[in-house]
Design a protein around this ligand. Structure first.
Ligand SMILES: Cc1ncc(COP(=O)(O)O)c(C=O)c1O
Length: 385
């Protein structure tokens, strides 16, 4: 295998998409447009995985594509910081006021790691409390290859577990940062976020909302905007680039100054194809009711999942998430895999037990097709259960 594990993005591995059954399809794609992708055999799939949430306006959105084309024609990268960087920073500040100052990076994992570094510099402390998924870098992963000395600096707690949060603050010394995914498996729980806000403020820790999935989906400013609960730092990514690699850590200007006291830098953080894409995305969100449309089509998609869960209560155990990012849960891993494979056979890429996302390209007609294909897939699985 020239690529260990088949692919460089773990969540696109055949087993991650279609389960562990022998003969699970090993597909690669050649093209994407709107809400569809095409495989090497030319088969077309309606997609509700949407590049793991990286695309909200639809694949190949014309405004973003034009911006990208222009940036490529303008050379893509150079030896001076590009004007695009300052422009996107300014537009972000207008769109998300808590982003008084920002730093750009390429991946979500990098931007969250930068937030942790900034918090450590600012507080002079090392311990971190984390809740949710924050990428693959050492500070938040507990597994092979991560030194024990690094692992002991981060305490992971279950989302919503206020008691665990209080204990984590009380236990092993001063805390530099609390890093939370502010909505996990359902709508945000304000009492949990408010308690995190209170404890972080009381203990002088930096509160970080990792809004990689939620910003530009549930609201432009993510759960922070939706709930009015303001973190010290916010981390953005995915939909901001509509498929181009860009991520952001942002917050109050004095706190973000800590980024200049440590080394956070990457050669291509300032390539301007992605920055131009982000500028076009921000322009689109400012000039069109994108959030409203995502809410509406999300609600329609969530309704599809609820009807399916009702019809197959014997092996579908529920619907989780928020309308803009949601999924079905199944009696077993194996059943979820069978559903994903049956959906694929019907021309639908559907993520099992992890987030599916709508985009602007998921019109009512498309969602009617999604319902038809998913219902047929579930009916097939039901006959063999
Ligand atoms: C909440 C959250 N944080 C961080 C990450 C990591 O982002 P990336 O895969 O771009 O490194 C993800 C990716 O899914 C995520 O959902």
């Amino acid at each position: 295998m020239t690529i260990p594990g088949f692919t460089s993005t773990g969540s696109k591995r055949p087993d991650a998409l279609f389960g562990n059954a022998p003969g699970a399809p090993q597909l690669r794609m050649t093209r994407a447009e709107g809400c569809c992708v095409w495989d090497t055999e030319g088969r077309e799939y309606i997609d509700t995985v949407m590049a793991l949430g990286a695309v909200a306006l639809g694949y190949g959105h014309p405004v973003v594509n034009e911006a990208v084309r222009q940036a490529v024609a303008d050379g893509a990268v150079g030896s001076l910081p590009p004007v695009h960087e300052a422009e996107v920073a300014e537009r972000l500040q207008q769109a998300i006021p808590l982003c008084e100052a920002v730093r750009f990076l390429k991946t979500g994992a990098e931007a969250v790691a930068a937030a942790v570094r900034i918090a450590r510099v600012h507080t002079g402390r090392e311990r971190v409390i984390a809740s949710g998924y924050h990428g693959w870098l050492d500070w938040c992963v507990d597994g092979p290859g991560v030194p024990m000395a690094v692992r002991t600096l981060t305490e992971s707690i279950e989302p919503g577990d206020v008691g665990a949060l209080e204990r984590a603050f009380g236990e092993a010394g001063p805390v530099a940062a609390v890093v939370l995914e502010p909505a996990v498996n359902g709508p945000p729980r304000p009492e949990w976020l408010e308690r995190a806000r209170q404890l972080a403020s009381r203990h002088g820790a930096v509160l970080v909302f990792d809004e990689i999935k939620t910003a530009f989906r549930v609201a432009i400013g993510g759960v922070a905007e939706l709930t009015g609960i303001t973190p010290d730092l916010i981390v953005l990514g995915k939909a901001l680039g509509n498929g181009m690699p860009i991520s952001v850590v942002g917050g109050a200007a004095p706190l973000m100054e800590a980024a200049t006291e440590t080394w956070i830098s990457s050669t291509l953080a300032t390539e301007y194809v992605s920055l131009a894409a982000a500028r076009a995305v921000l322009h689109t969100y400012a000039s069109e009711p994108v959030i409203e449309q995502l809410r509406e089509s999300g609600a329609a998609f969530y309704g599809v999942l609820e009807r399916i869960a009702d019809a197959h209560g014997d092996f579908v155990t529920g619907v989780c998430g928020m309308p803009q990012l949601c999924y079905l849960t199944f009696r077993s891993e194996e059943t979820g895999g069978r559903v994903a494979r049956a959906a694929l056979e019907r021309g639908l890429l559907f993520k099992r037990s992890a987030y599916n996302y709508v985009s602007l390209a998921h019109t009512d007609e498309v969602l009617a097709q999604v319902e038809e294909r998913l219902s047929a897939a579930l009916a097939q699985v039901a006959t063999s259960c």
